[in-house]
Design a protein around this ligand. Structure first.
Ligand SMILES: Cc1ncc(COP(=O)(O)O)c(C=O)c1O
Length: 365
C-alpha cells in the first residue's frame, strides 16, 4: 500500500458545487466563469498561421529552443525592458507552470545540502507544490525582512512574482535580487504578467543584473496562447546552462511548430497593446461594479470578503457571487491561508459577459 505523497485536490476542482449554483442563476443568462486565469480572446492571426506552416513537425525540436525563438525572445526583452541578453542566457520552457513545478527539483539535485523553497505567502500554488515535488520544505514569506536566518541559510531558491497572482501587487525586484545575492540564494522571478503592469512600465528582475537570478516569461497571458504551451527563462548564465542541460536529459521540449509560432508572437507588440486595453477596460468595469480597488498589475481583482459582510471569508463571498451574480470566482484560500479572507476574480470573459455580471450585481438585494 502506498504510504507516501498523495496529491491534494486540484484547487479549481473544488469549485464544482459553486459552478452548479452559478449556472442556475435565475435570469437564465448562464454562468460567467471568472475563476481560472485562462485567456478568452483570440491570438494574433500571424501566430496561428505560423503554427500550420513551420514545417517543424517531423524532427525533434531543440529542448533549449530554436535559435530563431531565442533571438525573438531576447529581442522582446530588449524592446520591453531595455535588457540586452545573449541567447546563451535564455532557454525555452513548455509554458511556465512546468518550469515552476520542476525547477526546485533540479536545483536540489545540484545542491542537496539546501532543502528549503521560499515563496510569497499569498501566491500561485505551484511554488509550494514545486517544493513538495522536490522533497523540500515549502516556506512562505510575507516580506523578505521576515525570512528567518535558518530558512535563508537552508534556501535552495526564493520565488518572487510581480505582478502578483492573485493580489496584483508589484514586488521590489531590485531588493529581491540583492537579498538573494547577499545570501547566495538563486532568485526565481515569475514575470508572466509583466505586460499587464498598470502602475508604471513593465519590469523584470534582469534590470538589476543577471547574477544569481532568473526571470520566467510566458506567452500564455501575453499573447493568448495558453493552449500552445510556450515560455522561456533567462538570466544567470550558469543557472541557464545547468537547467537547460538537465531539462534536455529529461525530455522537456516545446513542440517545433509552437516554437515557430512563439517567435512570431515575440516579434510583435501590437497584439499585446490591444490585449492590454481589453483587460484595462474589463478591470475597470468589474472594479466599479464591486466597489473594489484596481490592481497595480495582472488581470485579477483581489476582493476582500468583508466588503460583502463583516467577518465573511472568501468561500462565503464566492458563494454569494455565484448565487446573486451567477459568476464563479476563486476563494482566496487557494493562494495560501493568508488569502482566506479574499476572492480572486479573473477578468477573462468578453465585455458583454462581464456586463451581465455588473447588471446582476447592481440588482443584488
Ligand atoms: C503566477 C503564474 N505563474 C505561472 C503560470 C503558468 O502559466 P503558463 O504555464 O501557462 O505559462 C500562471 C498561470 O496562471 C501564473 O498565474
Amino acid at each position: 500500500m502506498a504510504t507516501g505523497f498523495v496529491p491534494p485536490p486540484y484547487p479549481h476542482d473544488r469549485l464544482e458545487g459553486l459552478k452548479v449554483v452559478a449556472a442556475a442563476h435565475p435570469d437564465g443568462r448562464g454562468i460567467v466563469d471568472l475563476s481560472i486565469g485562462t485567456p478568452c480572446d483570440p491570438p494574433a492571426d500571424a501566430v496561428v498561421a505560423a503554427l500550420a506552416t513551420s514545417g517543424a513537425e517531423r524532427g525533434y525540436p531543440q529542448s533549449i529552443g530554436s535559435p530563431r525563438l531565442r533571438e525573438a525572445a531576447a529581442g522582446w526583452m530588449s524592446r520591453r525592458f531595455g535588457v540586452a541578453l545573449p541567447a546563451s542566457q535564455l532557454a525555452a520552457c513548455v509554458g511556465t507552470k512546468e518550469w515552476v513545478a520542476t525547477t526546485p527539483h533540479w536545483l536540489h539535485l545540484r545542491r542537496p545540502d539546501r532543502d528549503t523553497v521560499l515563496y510569497p505567502g499569498t501566491s500561485y500554488p505551484t511554488y509550494a507544490m514545486g517544493a513538495t515535488l522536490a522533497g523540500c520544505r515549502a516556506v512562505p514569506y510575507a516580506s523578505l525582512d521576515d525570512v528567518a536566518d535558518d530558512d535563508a541559510a537552508r534556501a535552495l531558491c526564493l520565488w518572487v512574482n510581480s505582478p502578483s497572482n492573485p493580489t496584483g501587487e508589484l514586488a521590489d525586484l531590485g531588493a529581491a535580487a540583492a537579498w538573494g545575492r547577499a545570501r547566495g540564494v538563486p532568485v526565481l522571478s515569475d514575470e508572466c504578467y509583466a505586460e499587464f503592469t498598470w502602475d508604471g512600465p513593465p519590469r523584470t528582475i534582469l534590470e538589476h543584473g543577471t547574477d544569481g537570478v532568473l526571470a520566467a516569461h510566458s506567452l500564455s497571458k501575453r499573447s493568448n496562447l495558453a493552449g500552445v504551451r510556450a515560455g522561456f527563462y533567462a538570466g544567470d548564465g550558469d543557472l541557464v546552462a545547468y537547467l537547460s542541460e538537465v531539462r534536455k536529459h529529461a525530455g522537456f521540449m516545446v513542440p517545433g511548430p509552437v516554437q515557430a509560432a512563439a517567435a512570431v508572437a515575440f516579434d510583435d507588440d501590437e497584439h499585446v497593446d490591444a490585449q492590454r486595453e481589453r483587460y484595462r477596460r474589463r478591470l475597470a468595469l468589474l472594479a466599479d461594479a464591486l466597489g473594489s480597488p484596481l490592481p497595480a498589475g495582472s488581470f485579477y481583482l483581489w476582493v476582500p470578503a468583508s466588503s460583502a459582510e463583516p467577518g465573511a471569508d472568501g468561500w462565503a463571498l464566492a458563494a454569494e457571487l455565484a448565487g446573486t451574480a451567477g459568476c464563479l470566482v476563486s476563494p482566496g484560500e487557494f493562494y495560501g491561508s493568508d488569502g482566506a479572507g479574499f476572492v480572486r476574480i479573473a477578468v477573462v470573459q468578453p465585455d458583454e459577459r462581464l456586463e451581465v455580471v455588473a447588471e446582476r450585481l447592481a440588482r443584488r438585494p
